[in-house]
Design a protein around this ligand. Structure first.
Ligand code: UFG
Length: 335
């Protein structure tokens, strides 16, 4: 039985595929390379020395998707396909809603048709909007998202809850990611944003590499220890391992729909990140203080206890690993 990974050539999809293959799982990837490159597939094979089946298709293409289910014995689906740029989602809401929500619906309908009912969904801490309490537990209220990207995650979570209510033979894990950073230690796969990065770590790395002049720190007047925004940065390999644990739960437990925060439970500010990066790599990161970025919140970090108790998962990698692995990756792709 195979695990279908949608968006398997993407940042989190590729790292999760590596972990699945390392666990001896059979994997089928679909990807349309909307925000990824075909070379990533070879890198996954190079890292794992294992093979997998690949289809270059768009998950909105129902006919082609059905063919994948016909040609393979799929046990479970991990859905990493989807657009993820917050700013872009504000400019292109229809594209975001169509791709993320319609894509998820087509995928779920196809799963239903082929009686595949184990689903792991990439959600985001963004569904908590302005967090009710810090650290954020899974019981905190969701809603109040400030952009179509975040709203698409919120809607899909609701769709999954409704689906489970209508048919309790589904097994669903909703994983709410905090801030994924870092790269595989081989330096072969990592995050490769197209154009100028929006997220902090890819930006820091490019400033250190001399590709961008300086980092703009978006606000130093937040109510935090140094005035800059605080987030829960989690190494992408830890995140990937969380998916394996969620899959194992769906395989062994009774039916259910489960929600987990995947974070470290520790918050670092923008300036903490700059300092940690400089210490970990010996590289200088030039920055200036700029105004706040609209839609940003002051503090967001998880309470990751539920995942520890129920999945036996917790983040292992340090902030130093996150910085060094991000740096190693960009050094390799620069060559
Ligand atoms: N930041 C800067 N300068 C930059 C980029 C970011 O100061 O050039 C700051 C932000 O203001 C924020 C922190 O760095 O305080 C982290 O910002 P990111 O853009 O890296 O991440 P966000 O927390 O804004 O958003 C991320 C993901 C979203 C997801 C959200 C969940 O990008 O997809 O976490 O909380 F929805």
């Amino acid at each position: 039985m195979a695990i279908l990974v949608t968006g398997g050539a993407g940042y989190i999809g590729s790292h999760t595929t590596v972990e699945l293959l390392n666990e001896g799982r059979e994997v089928v990837i679909i990807d349309n390379f909307a925000n990824s490159k075909p070379e990533v597939l070879d890198k996954i094979k190079e890292i794992t020395k294992k093979d997998f089946k690949f289809y270059q298709i768009d998950y909105l293409d129902k006919e082609k998707l059905e063919k994948v289910f016909e040609e393979n014995k799929i046990e479970a689906v991990m859905n990493f396909a989807g657009y993820k740029a917050v700013g872009e989602s504000v400019k292109k809401p229809l594209e975001y809603y169509e791709n993320n929500i319609s894509g998820a619906i087509v995928l779920l309908q196809t799963m239903q048709k082929y009686n595949v009912k184990k689903f792991i969904f990439s959600s985001s801490a963004t569904v908590y909007g302005e967090p009710e309490t810090i650290p954020i537990t899974e019981n905190c209220k969701t809603g109040g998202t400030t952009n179509p990207y975040g709203t698409s995650k919120l809607f899909i979570e609701q769709i999954l809850q409704d689906l489970y209510k209508s048919d309790s033979t589904w097994d669903i894990a909703i994983l709410r990611y905090f801030n994924p950073v870092g790269a595989h230690k081989s330096g072969l796969i990592g995050e490769e944003p197209q154009g100028i990065p929006n997220n902090l770590m890819p930006y820091i790395v490019r400033v250190a590499a001399g590709q961008l002049e300086q980092l703009s720190v978006f606000g130093n007047d937040y109510d935090t220890h140094d005035g800059t925004g605080v987030r829960d940065y989690i190494h992408v390999v830890d995140l990937a391992k969380g998916h394996i644990k969620a899959l194992e739960k769906l395989e062994k437990e009774e039916k259910g729909i489960f929600v987990y925060n995947l974070g470290t439970g520790v918050g670092y500010s923008v300036l903490d990140m700059v300092k940690a990066f400089e210490e970990a790599t010996g590289e200088k990161v030039k920055y200036k203080i700029d105004c706040r970025r609209p839609g940003d919140i002051a503090i967001c970090y998880s309470n990751p206890k539920k995942a520890k108790q129920e999945l036996g998962w917790e983040a292992q990698k340090t902030l130093k690993d996150m910085c060094q692995d991000s740096w190693r990756y960009i050094q390799k792709i620069k060559k």
